[in-house]
Design a protein around this ligand. Structure first.
Ligand code: NAP
Length: 305
């Protein structure tokens, strides 16, 4: 079994990876406390100590609005650290698995984006993630770069948790309706990572850039209504009714960072290459709501959001 070094173990994708990566390797999982990716010397020392066959980097600066105010901090994690990981992978014949974002695109296209479409980020976060992608390409290392979108899980910071928390205390809410994309569970990204590593080892899948998302698409307003309706139907006590969620424009909402109005990802490439066959985004959201209710973890879910 290959030695896998998982970075960012405590994030949404990192937690999901901890559950499934042992199927394809011997995993050492590190969080920020063990390796701060802003510390280049620590990156080098950690990689030299572990000498992984596979580096899986689930760590990232993901605070999209905050990145506008702290671009250097975001770039240190999303670009400079990624460059160091890629250079180590290239020099040591290790495989790198890294995650990028739908926000590398400007949203101007009227169809889902393929891997062949030109990126053109419209916010700092997207620019730093694209710089990370380009550093990997420049290093010449063998790498899977999986571009993901609108990630949700029952842990961490995400729209799923934010909306359900607001729905407990608010009777009305404004949510933007002019940004289109696909909610995707962290678990699907983790399972797809295992698929990529396994198929790569069998030499039935080439490393490269792939889009990973659930099937279908929506906008944030409809997604919020779907979540609130689904949670209420499962007996979760909310003040907010779906009809009291108003659709607003991105201009009305005026977030610090601009977001693409279309960040749908075309996943055909991975489907053709590896049989990637995701379910509809609604299926995964339903599963997460069922899991939330069944686990009895509702108080934890709400109290730590
Ligand atoms: N979330 C989304 O909707 C989304 C959409 C598209 C693509 N992506 C990409 O998908 C990947 C996984 O995202 P995610 O949602 O799982 O992210 P996440 O939940 O925000 O987790 C990111 C992890 O990175 C860690 N981290 C941040 N700065 C660090 C540093 N300086 N040193 C070490 N660790 C650091 C964080 O630690 P702390 O908890 O201590 O901060 C956190 O555990 C990322 O590459 C992200 O860019 C995410």
């Amino acid at each position: 079994m290959p030695n896998i070094l998982l970075l960012g173990k405590d994030g949404q994708v990192g937690r999901a990876l901890q559950a499934v990566l042992p199927a394809v390797g011997d995993v050492t999982a590190l969080g920020r406390d063990a390796l701060d990716l802003r510390d280049q010397a620590c990156i080098t020392a950690t990689l030299n100590a572990h000498r992984p066959d596979i580096i899986v980097n689930a760590a990232a600066w993901t605070a999209v609005d905050q990145a506008e105010r702290e671009p250097d901090e975001a770039a240190a994690v999303n670009a400079l650290a990624v460059a160091a990981l890629a250079q180590h992978a290239a020099a040591n014949a290790a495989l790198l698995v890294h995650y990028s974002t739908d926000y590398v695109f400007d949203g101007a296209l009227a169809r889902p984006y393929t891997e062949a479409d030109a990126p053109n980020p419209i916010n700092v976060y997207g620019a730093t993630k694209l710089a990370g992608e380009r550093a990997i390409a420049a290093s010449g290392c063998e790498a899977f770069v999986l571009r993901c979108s609108w990630i949700h899980s029952l842990h961490g910071r995400n729209f799923f948790r934010t909306i359900l928390n607001l729905a407990r205390s608010r009777e009305s809410l404004n949510v933007v309706a002019d940004q289109h994309g696909t909610p995707t569970p962290a678990s699907l990204i983790a399972q797809t990572t295992v698929l990529c590593i396994a198929r790569h080892r069998q030499r039935t899948l080439s490393a490269g850039l792939y889009h990973v998302a659930a099937a279908g698409s929506t906008n944030w307003h409809h997604y919020a209504q779907y979540l609130v309706a689904g949670a209420s139907a499962r007996g979760i006590n909310l003040k907010l009714a779906p009809a009291r969620i108003a659709a607003v424009t991105s201009a009305d909402y005026a977030a610090p960072a601009a977001r693409p109005c279309n960040s749908r990802l075309d996943t055909t490439s991975l489907t053709v290459a590896a049989g990637f066959a995701p379910a509809a985004w609604t299926t995964y959201v339903d599963q997460s709501l069922d899991e939330l209710v069944a686990s009895g973890a509702a108080e934890d879910f709400f109290s730590k959001a």
